[in-house]
Structure formats: C-alpha cells, structure tokens
Ligand binder design. Sequence first.
Ligand code: KG4
Ligand code: ZN
Length: 355
Amino acid sequence: MHPSSEALVLGVETSCDETSVAVVRGGREVLSNVVSSQIPLHAEFGGVVPEIASRQHVRAIGEVTRVALSEAGVQMADIEMLAATRGPGLAGALLVGLNFARGMGLGLGVPVAGVNHLEGHLHSVWLSRDSPPVPPPVLPMLALVVSGGHTELVVMRDHGKYELLGRTLDDAAGEAFDKVARILGLDYPGGPAIQRAATGADEPVRLPRAWLPGTFDFSFSGLKTAVLHLALEMATGSTVTQLRGTALPKIDVAGRLSPEQVANIAAGFQESVVDVLVRKTVGAAEAVDAASVAVVGGVAANRALRERMQRDVTRALFMSAPEFSTDNAAMIASAGFYVPAPAEGDVQPGLGLSG
Ligand code: KG4
Ligand code: ZN
C-alpha cells in the first residue's frame, strides 16, 4: 500500500504526554503540526502520570485534529492515508491515538499505518516547512536518537532498515536531565530548565564521563549520582562520607544551593552529557563510514549539544528542528509514508528498532 508521491498523510502521536496531529505532504512537506502539551498537568508530579496522560489524550484529540486540518487548509476527505504511533510508549496513551486513527481510517476508507515512534524520530530530519522541501539526508545515515526514553546510535541503511550500534545501559539522556533538574529544584521537563540555568554559570563543575570504551553504549546513572553527591556536599558543607547515617531525604538540597551553585552544577552536568554524546556519535559515524549524521529526539533541542555537533561532526549533519525534535505527529506521518506497515494488532509499548 505505498502512497502516491504527493499523498496527504494525517499523522497521530499519543505515545507519552503530547497529543499531536499533523498533515504532511509527500512524507516531507509539513502543512501543519499541532502539539497539545500536557506538561503543566504532569509538572506537579515531576514526571508523566500514565493514567492522567490517557485521559487527557481522549479529551484533546478531536480538537487537535480539527485544528491540524484547518491550519493545513485541507478537508478530512482530502486525506489519503493515516499514520499513528503503535509503540514504544505508554500502553493506555498509545491506544487512544491508534484507535482514533483506525476509526478515522475506516470512516474515510483509507489505509492506516502503525508507526514505530523511534522510526518517527529518525524521520524528523526528512521534515521541512519549505515548499519544495530542502534536500533530505543521504543514506546510510548514522543517527543519535536522544530523548526522554531513549539514547541510541542507529545506522539507517534505508527506510525500514536499521541497525542498532549502541544504547544506554541505564538512564536515557533526557531522563538524566529530568532527574538532575529535580535534584537542583528546577522545573519539569528538566532539559530546557537545565539549559536555561547553565547560561548563568561562571565556573562549571567538572563531573565524570562514562566512556564504556570499545562500545557505542552509554551510561548516565553514575553521572546522576555524582551530581547528587556534589549537590549534597555543596548544600551542607560536609562530605558524603561524613553525611552517612544522616536522614538524607530530609535535607532540602535545592533550597540550600545558591543560584550560582545551581548554574555551575547544571552547566557541568550538561557539558558531561554533551561531551559523551558528541564523541560517541563522531566515532560511530567514522566506524560505519556514514554519508550523513542525524541528531533527533527531545534532547536534540539542546543548544549546547547542537553547537558541539556542528563543531565536531565533519560529515553532512542533520539536526531535527526544535519543533520536530520533541514528540510530534509530523514525524509519525513521515515515517508512515515511507514505511507504510498496516496498523494491525495491539499497541506495542516495548517496541524497539529492527529490520
Ligand atoms: O522526544 P521527547 O519529546 O519524548 C520522548 O520520546 O522521550 O523527549 C523529551 C525529553 C525530556 O527528557 C526533556 O527533558 C528533553 O527531551 N529535552 C531537552 C531539551 N528539550 C527537551 N533536553 C535537553 N535540552 C533541551 N533543550
Ligand atoms: Zn519521543
């Protein structure tokens, strides 16, 4: 069921905490990309609450679809294909978008593609607001997928053909940003908050890097612990060894840090993450002799990461525009256009990349 080259695809994304619907022409040209974020609803809990997410998707999806069609200047009847995320993500949240798309597909009599969310992120560098769109990446492409749930180095040989080179053994990079932000008393989501705080740093602290030599894997949990220990020491003036036996959870670490200390820890943490991500990506691109390099996913919106990638990557570099970095339906429409796997069966919360 390959769509025609100019097909209008309606994408639907509800894998986590954004309800998004988009209209994309020919897999690349974005006519609309509406994202209704639930962040304020989850912020007081410091992370996404699955039950709240599902209910909010149900509430929002109809209106988000109406706005996406209207912004694109098209009618429901113009849509030639639908594409919805089938995994990975939160089961209840995925069900809302996938079943909504299936219902619409039945009503309109058009095919519905079930899309792998990670494949969506990879396709974010095919998207463009220009008409006609600027030239796309050349394959094979080495991609760093770096988000709240994933940190992976992937070789894309063709649409639908991927090889996993390495992945995080513990926390995803975005998850580390979120957890460190919590330690420092910064807002959720942590990525943008840490980026903002880091701009005030005059002397970034030096934090460890987990290189895991000889692999393209990552590890960020040790870094998170190092931040916690350092923050405790700065907040109390005692070493972690001296603090043993103290009721640590009772210590208001964030409340005792000065804004300068928060800025210097945030900047040091960001530098450590960026350093590892960039060097591993450069090494992987060399190892597979990639024609192009892509950086995609929520953390790709990070300014320090973008600047270092621009400086150090010598191959054709494609970084998803911030609008297409965090979760959105345009990337799902694009992946569905290039890899139109029928949306059959159940949602797949633990789905990985393969093929
Ligand atoms: O791709 P995404 O929207 O959702 C997932 O599929 O996980 O990524 C969300 C993650 C969050 O952890 C958030 O803190 C991080 O991306 N993020 C950033 C920035 N903007 C979002 N991390 C660092 N710097 C940013 N500017
Ligand atoms: Zn994502």
